[in-house]
Design a protein around this ligand. Sequence first.
Ligand SMILES: CNC(=O)c1cccc(C)c1Nc1nc(N2CCN(c3ccccc3Cl)CC2)nc(N2CSC[C@H]2C(=O)NC)n1
Ligand code: NI
Length: 182
Amino acid sequence: MKNIIRDGKTTLRQEAKKLTFPLSQEERQLGHDMMTFLENSQDPEIAAKYHLRAGVGLAAPQVNVSLQMASVLVPGPEDKKILFKDTLVNPVIISHSVQGAALAEGEGCLSVDENVPGYVVRHDRITLRYYDLDGKQHKIRLKNYPAIVCQHEIDHLHGILFYDHINDKQPFSMKDEDLIIE
Ligand SMILES: CNC(=O)c1cccc(C)c1Nc1nc(N2CCN(c3ccccc3Cl)CC2)nc(N2CSC[C@H]2C(=O)NC)n1
Ligand code: NI
């Protein structure tokens, strides 16, 4: 199981390096291991057995590897479906909605043990360009929860943590036109 580093470690505040293709076997393995971690963390039995905190996204800097790679596994509401699953290499948000959105319950992060209450206002809709582990380029549009998760993970690649976005004077303030995602 990957060892997740916690807030305070410098790797979490660094700008991660872009990868070049073809990826090394080690880099491909890292992508698979991060996705496996997410799958395990979402399985109640495995999570309990290995004391894993559940996550829907994990970025390489969180396992102390300063590379621009992040795995995302967002299950559908009925658990059976999957809203979004892929490992993002060198991801870039190429366009986004003016309208913002925030998770109603705030955000958690596997690298931040304490609870930091407040709205993390992000773009509600994004167009994301990234490469998968095989080097295939993707250009996709995401909205709401999957879009929030991808923005959270892309932040990790640039040394940004979710609470950096929380307004410390009014943590639950947001614009009238912004959406709250339940
Ligand atoms: C402080 N309040 C809160 O944390 C918070 C509180 C309530 C609701 C939400 C929605 C909150 N917010 C929040 N909940 C999540 N999970 C919900 C539970 N789920 C999960 C749990 C068990 C099995 C399978 C799964 Cl799928 C795993 C994912 N994940 C994130 N984030 C922020 S974007 C990256 C993503 C991440 O993976 N973090 C570790 N935020
Ligand atoms: Ni995180």
